[in-house]
Ligand binder design. Structure first.
Ligand code: HEC
Length: 120
């Protein structure tokens, strides 16, 4: 019986190590990711990122910081003239406030900037 418990504990440990390793890889630096080769557009890529992560606070009649990120023009303006990119990449003052998004998502934002913020 004791042997059996030992095996279960060992298996749990192995699984924990595997999932930790995976988490570390997933949260790797975006500079180590393979480059995005397609053109990133607001409609195809950025809109969904904003919808899923930002507009709960940055939309509606009284958006936080007066910043409404529910449409192309405002999102483009904030990325070009404002602090959207800096805040999304900030370790100390991130947006969303509860922590930076995945390196994969941040890489998509960077590529959108490189591509000159196209809508479609
Ligand atoms: C839980 C609510 C919340 C979410 C979600 C959120 N924000 Fe914010 N955001 C705020 C608040 C509150 C402020 C004003 C205080 C500050 O600057 O930290 C702010 C400020 C900002 C600013 C600075 C605006 C300025 O004019 O100084 C930017 C840019 C920004 N958010 C972008 C984003 C982006 C992009 C996302 C999604 C990736 C996001 N935020 C998600 C609450 C939120």
């Amino acid at each position: 019986m004791q042997k059996h418990i030992f095996k279960i504990v060992l298996l749990a440990l192995v699984l924990a190590v595997i999932s930790c390793t995976k988490a570390i890889i997933d949260e790797g630096d975006k500079s180590t990711l393979p480059p995005i080769t397609k053109t990133v557009t607001y409609e195809a890529d950025i809109k969904l990122i904003m919808t899923n992560n930002c507009i709960t606070c940055h939309a509606g009649p009284a958006p936080n910081a007066g910043l409404d990120l529910s449409n192309y023009q405002n999102t483009k303006y904030s990325a070009e003239q404002g602090s959207l990119v800096a805040r999304m990449n900030s370790a100390t003052n991130p947006m969303p406030p509860n922590g930076t998004l995945s390196p994969q998502t941040l890489q998509i934002i960077d590529k959108w900037i490189t591509d000159n913020l196209p809508e479609n």
